[in-house]
Design a binder for this molecule. Structure first.
Ligand SMILES: Nc1ncnc2c1ncn2[C@@H]1O[C@H](COP(=O)(O)OP(=O)(O)OP(=O)(O)O)[C@@H](O)[C@H]1O
Length: 480
């Protein structure tokens, strides 16, 4: 085998599950077809198709790809798209229904970390046993033991039974063993999401070292920044089928578009008329058609007289985007149909991180803008908000909302308190889970750069000066 030959070669892979509506159907399926065949052979009965008591479900269909030494491939897809099934087939713990899978070399499968550990044994005993099971010779295990334990860094717990470990310690030890077995293929299923950030950094550094020494890496993750950062290529699975295979940046875009249920470009005839003759307030630039996502399936909390008819997420040029970099500007655009007269419309968005924490929320009351002072029933309110993403890399959701306040209050907003505003503010329509996007690290001169640490990049300055004290210098000189 040459260095360029694939270590993983998957051709036309399919996996079919049998779904039984009742447990008794499983039993019938085990017995009845056999009886049927028997009766058929004896010629006592009619020899037709044996009855079937299950429904077929294809978790994977016609999946093909190759991975070469030193390559890293990302696998992405929504829940239930077939990722775990694919990994289990690659790891050899499940057999495919159709197609061919060829895997060359030793696999480190970081799938169910620690599943080979015996809870009664100490960490030390489990390392020695597990490393042997994973293919190291006794001599190799002894040589690497200190490195493995050093990597796990769980201190004196190594001499305790693993049943006393926290889940984090357990995973650290299991990962440490897998990362030192000289695997030529490393399969990871979001295993790195566990453990603290220091340990995660160590894991990624180790993966990078394994990859540069020629190991092939397969990483399954819902984190698009991780996929983009660690994989050159990725495949997007959708309902068990390969929706896309190619560069990971493009794959993550396809994945987000898939999730946003993007509307096909609307025919010209149903285009929303520009707010021209009757327009009040500011001119609101519309994004391109492909940036719009389908809001019909989203749950809207409305006063019954307003509803969001279209919504889009894009960049400043109006191009569809769901993946951004730190410092980029995201544009949220929404249109609302109002079936009652309202005074000043207020539009706002809220951005939350993957832990549900509000990272940023702002509405049009909080910025100096021009707004219509009266919107008659039957109008469309178009809103566009731009936000500079000076936030941490990660995944975010956004919510959008429209409200109204009396025109009188808008006119004297300089002197209106937050409490007064809150009391007069009338919510018209709110979508709590409008969509999501991801933020990756910034690129400066082609080099990935973390612009700040933490959730938000707060405006501020840093100054550095140095003062040399004559006395201190003399002292130093005397000492010399
Ligand atoms: N043993 C099984 N019997 C029947 N259906 C199954 C079985 N295991 C998985 N499935 C179905 O196969 C599909 C793919 O499952 P799989 O676990 O591979 O998806 P996944 O992409 O890994 O999802 P997740 O992101 O939620 O882990 C799902 O619809 C799942 O319900």
């Amino acid at each position: 085998m040459s260095f360029d030959d694939p270590v993983i070669d998957v051709k036309g892979l399919g996996k079919r599950y049998e779904i039984y509506d009742h447990p008794r159907d499983r039993l019938k399926q085990m017995v009845v077809p056999k009886l049927h065949n028997l009766v058929g052979r004896t010629g006592l009965g009619r020899n037709g198709e044996a009855p079937r008591y299950f429904r077929e479900f294809w978790a994977l269909r016609d999946v093909s790809f190759q991975v070469r030494p030193g390559e890293s491939l990302g696998i992405i897809g929504r829940n239930g798209s077939g990722k775990s099934t694919l990994l289990q087939i690659l790891a050899g713990t499940m057999s495919p229904t159709s197609g061919e899978v060829s895997v060359e070399g030793r696999i480190a499968a970081l799938l169910e970390l620690g599943s080979g550990f015996n809870p009664e044994f100490t960490g030390r005993e489990n390392v020695l046993l597990n490393a042997r099971i994973l293919g190291l010779s006794q001599q190799e295990v002894e040589e690497r033991y200190d490195r493995i334990v050093g990597f796990a860094d769980i201190g004196e717990f190594i001499e305790q039974p693993v049943k006393t470990y926290s889940s984090g310690m357990f995973v650290r030890l299991a990962f440490a063993v897998q990362a030192h077995i000289d695997a030529s293929i490393v399969i990871i299923d979001e295993a790195l999401a566990v453990g603290d950030v220091f340990f995660r950094q160590k894991c990624y550094a180790r993966l990078e070292a394994l990859r540069s020494s020629g190991a092939a890496i397969i990483l399954v993750s819902h984190s698009m920044p991780d996929i983009e950062q660690y994989c050159e290529r990725a495949i997007v699975l959708d309902h068990g089928e390969m929706h896309y295979a190619g560069p990971s940046a493009e794959a993550s875009k396809r994945y987000y578009l898939l999730n946003q249920a993007v509307q096909p470009p609307a025919p010209a005839s149903v285009e929303t008329p520009p707010l021209s003759a009757e327009r009040s307030g500011a001119e609101v630039a519309q994004p391109n058609h492909e940036a719009f996502f389908d809001v019909t399936g989203l749950s809207q909390v409305s006063n019954g007289k307003s509803r969001c008819t279209r919504s889009a997420i894009c960049n400043e040029q109006g191009e569809a985007r769901t993946h951004f970099r730190q410092g980029d500007v995201v544009v949220f655009y929404s249109e609302f149909a109002v079936d009652e007269d309202i005074e000043v419309p207020i539009y706002g968005t809220v951005i939350r991180n993957d832990r549900g924490i509000i990272v940023h929320g702002k509405n049009s009351w909080q910025v100096e803008i021009e707004a219509p002072s009266f919107v008659p029933a039957g109008s469309t309110v178009a809103c566009r908000q731009e936000v500079k993403l000076d936030i941490a890399p990660g995944e975010y959701t956004f919510e959008i909302g429209l409200a109204a306040i009396p025109a009188k209050m808008w006119q004297r907003r300089e002197s209106t308190s937050h409490e007064e505003f809150d009391a007069s503010f009338r919510s018209l329509c709110h979508i709590a889970q409008a969509g999501y996007f991801s933020v990756g690290v910034a690129l400066r001169h082609g080099v990935s750069t973390l612009t700040h640490h933490g959730v938000a990049d707060l405006p501020g300055t840093i100054r550095i000066g140095a003062r040399t004290h004559a006395r201190a210098r003399e002292d130093v000189l005397h000492v010399g």
